[in-house]
Ligand binder design. Structure first.
Ligand code: ZN
Ligand code: ZN
Length: 211
């Protein structure tokens, strides 16, 4: 897909390559990488570099026997890893998070729907379904929010995001994303802290919908 204009920032890609991202963010990064040749190539370069560093360190600090066992362990096949294929608009990492099933949407009102894919103390990942022309209430962020478009497009104060584009919103951004007219905008959204809504009603609903 060559139409992607919003990619994974370098520091996020490095954190992902070194396994230091919370699962919700790792899902968003893995999904973008599966849709984007450019970021897949960048990730490959980071992984090669990381692997070389690991081998260097292992050669210096680890005895021969332990080194052999370490690399045997690295080469060992991962047990019972089920593989998922892309289905419709949902890339393989999202299908994995869905357990291979179509999403089960929960209505948030006004046609907006969500499905929570994962939720724990490190953050949450969800699918959002926003009808064309509809907006997500104006909100700020207590932490980091990654939004990856899977269908349709949305716009906010920072630009336009189409299929494959990843928006990175941090604590200093207040935004009001609006889905473009046309097919519903379906996004994968990952957050590590509750959103800060400016108006009363979403604040009221927040504990119920865990947004
Ligand atoms: Zn990219
Ligand atoms: Zn946001």
């Amino acid at each position: 897909m060559t139409s992607i204009t919003h990619h994974i920032p370098e520091e996020l890609l490095i954190a992902y390559a070194s396994g230091n991202l919370a699962p919700a963010f790792a899902l968003a990064v893995a999904t973008h990488v599966s849709m984007c040749d450019e970021c897949r190539a960048r990730l490959g370069a980071h992984e090669e570099l990381g692997g070389a560093l690991l081998e260097d360190q292992a050669a210096q600090a680890v005895s021969g026997d332990l080194k052999t066992r370490l690399f045997d362990a690295l080469d060992a096949p991962v047990v019972s890893e089920k593989t998922y294929a892309r289905s419709g608009i949902f890339p393989a990492p999202v299908m994995e998070a869905l357990g291979g099933l179509p999403p089960k949407w929960t209505s948030l009102g006004l046609g907006v729907r969500q499905m929570i894919l994962s939720h724990d103390r490190s953050g949450s990942a969800r699918l959002l379904y926003i009808p064309g022309g509809m907006g997500v209430p104006d909100h700020g962020h207590n932490g980091l929010e990654l939004t990856l478009v899977l269908q349709g497009a949305f716009r906010d104060e920072t630009g336009r995001y189409g299929v494959g584009d990843l928006e990175v919103a941090t604590g200093d951004l207040e935004h009001e994303p609006v889905a473009e007219e046309g097919p519903a905008c379906i996004c994968l959204a990952a957050t590590d802290a509750a959103l800060r809504f400016r108006s009363f009603l979403p604040r009221l609903l927040q504990p119920i919908f865990r947004i």
